[in-house]
Design a protein around this ligand. Structure first.
Ligand code: CMP
Length: 296
């Protein structure tokens, strides 16, 4: 199971409406430099969860710069304006005069102030002449934000297409889209093991899920647009048939929704109107409905 989370979620200094007007400039690079930058971004703890498209766009927009030995690249406490990848040479990282580490070729630095909208957490000094790839704060945040906006609109469109959600207002749909996380499973992964408990609400956006186990309950296949909450499915084991994607909303987020939404995802309409395989299944779905309705 892999989880992808947009790192852009933290507040940015820029107004999103400004970001849509920013023009991103791409800079030509050798194949080796492209690979070095890509590897550096994917190796960085704070950036490796970025989407592949974001990594490629950042790589594309990085421009070359160089500094001589002894130069201060970043000063602790300053406002951050650039994220760097070191192409050649070595830098030293210090905090309040104490050495933290040295950084060599193929590493990212200067990402923290940009990602977390804080001042520079350390000083970075060139130990040798250095060659760098750089991207400025506005370009970086634009890439983050644009991807986030595209995702938001894709999720909202998808939710609008789910029959159960068609009576939701645009406002609720976009709030729900905003808190969804995308989770990928591979063939034969279990989503929930029988007997597990939890507080997560799942919507299938791609592929198929098979409910299995529990001898009396027939195996049931769920597909795109179907949704389930753990309260009822905790009694089932779920197994996917193909590679698929789930959009996940944890109960921790449900407090932001009005009661009407919670009742809806509690499935009251569906529970009342659907044909069920057995009274037991209906009872389990009713338990799920009650659970989600009670989340405040
Ligand atoms: P930023 O805070 O933007 O600017 C200083 C950079 O130094 C910081 O981002 C990191 O990239 C890097 N840095 C800070 N602390 C450490 C550390 N303990 N180890 C390695 N690099 C660090």
């Amino acid at each position: 199971r892999t989880k992808r989370q947009a790192i852009s979620a933290e507040p940015t200094a820029l107004d999103p409406s400004q970001l849509t007007d920013v023009t991103l400039t791409s800079y030509c690079k050798s194949k080796e430099s492209n690979e070095l930058i890509q590897r550096a971004l994917m190796d960085n703890d704070f950036m490796k969860h970025l989407e592949h498209g974001q990594i490629l766009t950042i790589m594309d927009c990085m421009h070359p710069t160089s500094l001589t030995k002894g130069c201060c690249v970043i000063q602790e406490g300053d406002d951050g304006s650039t994220v760097y990848v070191l192409e050649e040479g070595m830098v030293e990282v210090t905090k309040q005069g104490k050495k933290l580490c040295t950084i060599g070729q193929g590493k990212v630095f200067g990402e923290l102030a940009i990602l977390y909208n804080c001042t520079r957490t350390a000083t970075v000094t060139a130990l040798t002449d250095i060659k760098l790839w750089a991207i400025d704060r506005q370009g970086f945040q634009t890439i983050m934000m644009r991807t986030g906006l595209i995702k938001l609109s894709q999720y909202t469109d998808f939710l609008r297409s789910v029959p159960s959600f068609q009576s939701l207002t645009e406002d609720i749909l976009s709030k729900l889209a905003d808190v969804l996380e995308e989770t990928h499973y591979s063939d034969s992964d279990y989503i929930i093991r029988q007997g597990a408990t939890g507080d997560t609400f799942f919507i299938i956006s791609e592929g198929q899920v098979r409910k299995s186990s529990d001898e009396q309950v027939p195996v049931k296949t769920l597909s795109k647009g179907d949704w389930f909450g753990e309260q009822s499915v905790a009694h089932f084991a779920l197994l996917c048939k193909d590679i698929f994607v789930l959009l996940v909303c944890s109960a921790a987020h449900l407090h932001i929704f009005p009661r009407s939404f919670k009742q809806l995802i509690g499935g009251l309409d569906d529970v009342n109107n659907k044909q069920y395989d057995s009274d037991e299944v209906k009872a389990k779905l009713q338990a799920e409905a009650d659970y989600f309705s009670s989340v405040t």
